[in-house]
Design a protein around this ligand. Structure first.
Ligand code: NAI
Ligand code: MG
Length: 375
């Protein structure tokens, strides 16, 4: 029996609806793979901010530190500025725990039509590796001359050799375990200091990973190609801002934000990593019980993989593919009439059926974060 201590932070809105679904899946799969979960739930959220003045308690990070991983729903609440929820919880966790890789797998599934004619199931299957702790999202900068005509704002982008090298290395290693193709997002024609530096480090890393074919692409052209030819990509590595934008675009290519997962990884395993669906708290549908739980469940599968249970992770992703392909229980965002609870129940039933290692029609999904814990 392997035991893992997991911090659960459901957050706000549909975060509190999709996280219980992910937990149920983890409990079911854990029972089958002799994984013993020790879950501890935290009510840190915008709701807490409104009643207590802070998203999390002052010793919040210390309380998370003892866990093997963090599973988060979503935070955000109308009336609480988004920078409060982001800088009060998510960003401190990502930075304090050196989660410098933000991994976002994108896949077009059977059963979810992409809005793009050319994006076909089985063909579009790639991973965006986003730098997660420096780059354009830095706290360095300020405002001057407030209220005067010459008012100004300066925001510094920070790229360090250590910071760029480690995420680029991670991306090359990941490409080596996948189809062996890496694309680096750049803009060295317009951003003349940091981006040429980024390009140099990518070229150096490429020399150390000779079996990976690589290219660099300016971010504007790359955005267009994501739409025109998404099947050409395998691993795409990008700075914090570029990766943020590209991965939302990619989630749209895959057909629904409700299915997109993400992992904030500390690949060395020195600190807990955090797993969360890409979507937010969706106030427009919160409380109705119709949120799509796939983003949270797939994130839980990434967590299983990171914790060293790749077979269990594959079973969960295979069950997701099966539930999407049959379509009988899918939620309204995918054109169905299903509920969060109903879809989860259906998925759990399918999970029971996947005891047979090769369920017909279910090619094992790629395991983008596999090896994460070992790197
Ligand atoms: P959102 O992702 O919450 O919602 C965008 C649209 O997608 C909505 O129409 C929503 O109903 C739909 N949607 C999202 N997830 C879904 C799911 N699982 N099932 C079915 N439909 C789904 O993004 P939005 O509206 O921009 O932000 C709402 C709040 O969430 C804001 O406060 C924002 O700051 C926060 N947010 C938090 C994130 C996080 O915690 N990591 C990420 C993105 C937004
Ligand atoms: Mg984003």
């Amino acid at each position: 029996m392997t035991s893992h201590r997991i911090a659960l932070i459901p957050g706000d809105g549909i975060g509190t609806e999709v996280l219980p679904a992910a937990r149920q899946v983890l409990e079911t799969i854990g029972a089958r793979h002799a994984i013993d979960w020790d879950f501890q739930e935290f009510d840190w959220s915008c709701a807490r901010y409104l009643s207590e003045g802070a998203m999390m308690p002052p010793d919040g990070l210390d309380r998370l530190r003892a866990h093997d991983a963090i599973l988060l729903g979503a935070v955000g609440y109308p009336g609480v500025p988004d920078h409060v929820s982001l800088w009060g919880l998510l960003i401190p966790i990502r930075r304090a725990f050196r989660q410098y890789v933000n991994l976002r797998p994108i896949k077009v599934f059977e059963g979810i039509p992409s809005p793009l004619r050319g994006a076909l199931p089985g063909e579009v299957d790639f991973v965006v590796v986003r730098e997660n702790v420096e780059g354009e999202y830095s706290e360095i900068g300020g405002r001057l001359n407030r209220g005067f005509p010459e008012e100004m704002a300066v925001q510094e982008a920070v790229f360090t050799r250590a910071g760029v090298s480690r995420v680029v290395d991670y991306a090359f290693r990941l490409a080596g375990r996948r189809r062996g193709r890496l694309t680096s997002a750049t803009k060295s024609n317009g951003i003349v200091h940091t981006m040429p530096f980024w390009d140099e480090i990518v070229a150096e890393a490429a020399a150390a990973h000779a079996r990976v074919t690589w290219e660099q692409e300016h971010i504007d052209a790359l955005a267009a190609k994501f739409v025109l030819d998404p099947a050409r990509y395998d691993v795409v590595v990008a700075s914090n801002l570029f990766g943020d934008i590209l991965s939302d675009l990619a989630a749209a290519v895959a057909g629904s934000i409700g299915i997109a997962p993400s992992a904030n990884l500390n690949p060395e395993g020195e600190h807990p990593s955090m797993f969360e669906p890409v979507h937010g708290s969706a106030p427009d549908i919160a409380g109705k019980g119709v949120a799509n739980p796939i983003g949270a469940i797939w994130s839980a599968a990434l967590m299983l993989d990171h914790l060293g249970h790749p077979e269990a992770a594959d079973e969960v992703t295979a069950a997701i593919a099966a539930a999407l392909a049959d379509g009988s229980a899918v939620t309204p965002d995918l054109g169905g009439t299903g509920t969060t609870a109903g879809f989860t129940r259906h998925l759990l039933d399918l999970l029971d059926l996947t005891d047979a290692p090769d369920l017909p029609g279910l090619p094992g999904l790629p395991d983008p974060s596999r090896g994460g814990s070992a790197l």
